[in-house]
Design a protein around this ligand. Structure first.
Ligand SMILES: NC(=O)c1ccc[n+]([C@@H]2O[C@H](COP(=O)([O-])OP(=O)(O)OC[C@H]3O[C@@H](n4cnc5c(N)ncnc54)[C@H](O)[C@@H]3O)[C@@H](O)[C@H]2O)c1
Length: 337
């Protein structure tokens, strides 16, 4: 099988490397408009990668295409994949605007071409197992969910004005994963935020530490926290408490958290420094699942239509933190089981 990668910047290079390591992938084709970039990545990362000169060439020669271009180009590149009837995995966010996202979801469904969205939590083996156990009823009635998503160090401040704000940029991952896990519509959100890390966030009309409370249709609640600085490392955890079990993901010897209990864990020297390390297994699995979907061996676990849920929730959280009031969501905000 030949898989194309459109855009070989930071994340595209990582995905191309993981794709090249899969037994089912014979060749990884690379396209990037920056002259020499695709050829350089092909050389740097070793064998099995071939640079091509245009997106049309990439589409014509690939069984599936991974879209890792800058966010504002995703709708156009994705439409080119649909026109060529090439299955795609598009990095998140598929579109920054709800109308555009609705239109794209409709276009994908009308074309009948599989398109996966790169919300990597859905592909993380531990999160996928949590999803499987919830669907199998192993947790019973879900009472509460807690999710933590903290960067170790803030992003480059120049990145902030175009980031869409902390809910669209950082919390969006858990605003996707948590409703997907719970499998019920969110009916109300309340969110709050502060600037505690650096005034550059205030200058960008953003905040750097947030909490969001989601209320699900069945009465369960989720509390999501996120921030732009953690002195111990990159932290992502999800804990689910149900009537039959309590499960956690992201709790392992590299979790950046010191226990004060005599026998509790101490933070390890190799605590996760960033998302690439924390989600290494998820990114590897994401490529394997993509290839399986292209081959018709697997269902799409992250369809474009689901991205509407997380984007609407991110916007509702932003509105709530600005107004200080809870925001109710209508029935069109659905989590897909
Ligand atoms: N899921 C995740 O954890 C995660 C993490 C980081 C980034 N991302 C997403 O991945 C995307 C890329 O981010 P990045 O940090 O790798 O950016 P980047 O700027 O490092 O790389 C983007 C690359 O795309 C190329 N490019 C620009 N226009 C193109 C086009 N029309 N066709 C093909 N290539 C084109 C650029 O030359 C560049 O090499 C963004 O949408 C970002 O939000 C997702």
């Amino acid at each position: 099988m030949r898989i194309g990668v459109a855009g070989v910047g930071r994340i595209g290079t990582m995905h191309a490397t993981n794709l090249a390591a899969l037994a089912a992938v014979d060749e990884v084709l690379l396209f990037d408009p920056v002259p020499g970039r695709a050829a350089q990545v092909a050389t740097l990362t070793g064998g099995g990668m071939v640079p091509v000169g245009t997106l049309d060439e990439l589409l014509a020669a690939s069984d599936g295409v991974l879209v890792a271009t800058p966010t504002d180009t995703h709708p156009e590149v994705l439409r080119r994949c649909l026109a060529a009837r090439v299955p795609a995995l598009c990095e998140k966010p598929v579109a920054g605007d709800l109308d555009e996202l609705h239109a794209l979801a409709g276009a994908v469904e009308a074309a009948g071409v599989p398109v996966l969205v790169g919300f990597q939590r859905r592909f993380d083996p531990a999160v996928a197992e949590l999803y499987r156990r919830i669907r199998a009823g192993a947790l019973g009635t879900i009472y509460q969910v807690r999710a933590v998503g903290s960067d170790a160090v803030p992003p480059d401040f120049g990145y902030l004005p175009a980031s869409g704000g902390i809910f669209r940029d950082l919390l969006i991952h858990d605003l996707d994963a948590v409703p997907w896990l719970v499998g019920e519509p969110v009916v109300e959100v309340y969110a709050s935020g502060s600037v505690l890390v650096d005034q550059a966030f205030a200058a960008a009309d953003d905040v750097d530490n947030v909490v969001a409370v989601l209320r699900f249709a069945g009465g369960a609640h989720a509390v999501l926290t996120g921030g732009r600085h953690d002195p111990l490392g990159y932290d992502h955890r999800i804990e689910v408490l149900g009537s039959r079990d309590a499960l956690a993901v992201g709790l392992d010897p590299r979790t950046p958290l010191n226990s004060l209990e005599p026998d509790g864990p101490r933070v390890a020297a190799d605590a996760y420094p960033g998302f690439p390390e924390r989600f290494h297994r998820a990114y590897v699995s994401e490529m394997a699942v993509f290839v399986d979907v292209v081959a018709g061996r697997a269902e799409n676990p992250s369809p474009v239509r689901d991205s509407v849920v997380s984007l609407r929730l991110a916007d509702a959280c932003e509105a709530s933190r600005r107004s200080g009031a809870p925001v109710r969501l209508d029935e069109t905000v659905e989590a897909r089981a």
